[in-house]
Design a protein around this ligand. Structure first.
Ligand code: OAD
Length: 274
């Protein structure tokens, strides 16, 4: 980890009232949640054209229900078992102190919220919510319901009928209009939730510093957020163990893992501010 960019980043963060964070799967890696790309990532084991679209998942459901159950079960279990790491906690602390205005996240896990961030803008939805396809009504699920679902999916041998039953248990008819429901997460080919997308664009355009943590910057339109901030005159600080397509845009690149870098960054910000 280079000292100079980190000290410069700390000084920028300590002196701004307009900090916004933009996070991706990498911020949750140290909490034990696999990211999508790269060796061993979710899309490495479950090809996105089959598991990242609703149409692909339906085809898999017919052909390989056991694989679909494994995929859903892994996502649910890893999100439920994970604990916020120092990066999530530092952001939440900055929100409490009035340093951080918002976190724009692509993550469907609930680690920002569990760390205590109240201003989380979720571009790709959330694992703990259902959405009615017909009327748009959203319903939160509690951890007991999610654990129950994960258990139903964890049978060693699961056929189409059992998988269908397990899915129906949670995807029951909308209590509002009786319509069909689905998890409130964004699949490839879906539109982003428009309220979140508008809010994210506004937060990015108005921020003074955008802290980009743990994203490959490959998935649009979310990956436009850093460019929006930059065009509006914001300073970009990127934290990632590897350079990304966003790195050339960054004013400061902090090479390293989110939890480790954020811990040191938070320490330096505190010492500048007090
Ligand atoms: P990716 O899996 O594409 O990228 C993860 C990034 O995190 C990579 O740049 C890694 O180098 C970095 N990384 C890994 N470990 C890290 C650590 N400990 N600390 C910091 N960074 C680390 O994940 P996303 O960029 O979030 O969308 O992917 C964007 C979207 O693609 C996801 O929201 C999902 C996926 O398809 C949908 O499913 C719609």
């Amino acid at each position: 980890m280079e000292r100079k960019p980190l000290a410069e980043a700390a000084s920028q963060i300590a002196s701004t009232q307009g900090l916004v964070a933009f996070t991706g799967a990498g911020i949750s890696e140290e909490s034990g949640i696999a990211s999508f790309r790269g060796r061993g990532g979710l899309w490495d084991r479950y090809p996105p054209e089959r598991f990242g679209t609703l149409r692909g998942l339906m085809a898999e459901f017919l052909l390989r229900p056991q694989r679909v159950a494994g995929f859903l079960q892994e996502i649910l279990t890893s999100c439920l078992e994970a604990e916020p790491n120092p990066a999530h906690l530092a952001l939440a602390q900055w929100e409490t102190e009035g340093v951080l205005r918002a976190v724009i996240t692509q993550n469907i896990d609930i680690l920002h919220e569990r760390a205590g961030c109240n201003k989380t803008i979720k571009l790709h939805g959330s694992i703990d919510r259902l959405r009615c396809v017909d009327c748009g009504f959203k319903q939160d699920l509690d951890e007991t319901q999610l654990w129950g679902w994960a258990r139903d999916l964890s049978l060693e041998r699961i056929g189409r009928r059992q998988l269908w039953r397990a899915l129906q248990k949670i995807l029951s008819a909308c209590p509002y209009c009786g319509g069909r429901r689905r998890p409130d997460v964004v699949f490839f080919g879906d539109l982003l939730p428009q309220d979140a997308w508008m809010e994210a664009q506004q937060a990015a355009s108005l921020c003074q510093v955008l802290l980009v943590i743990g994203t490959s910057g490959l998935v649009y339109p979310a990956a436009d957020i850093p460019m929006l901030a930059k065009k509006a005159g914001g300073i970009l600080i990127e934290i990632n163990p590897e350079p990304t397509p966003l790195t050339p845009l960054a004013d400061l690149y902090l090479e390293g893992k989110a939890g480790e870098v954020m811990q040191e960054l938070a320490r330096q910000v505190t010492s500048i501010r007090h």
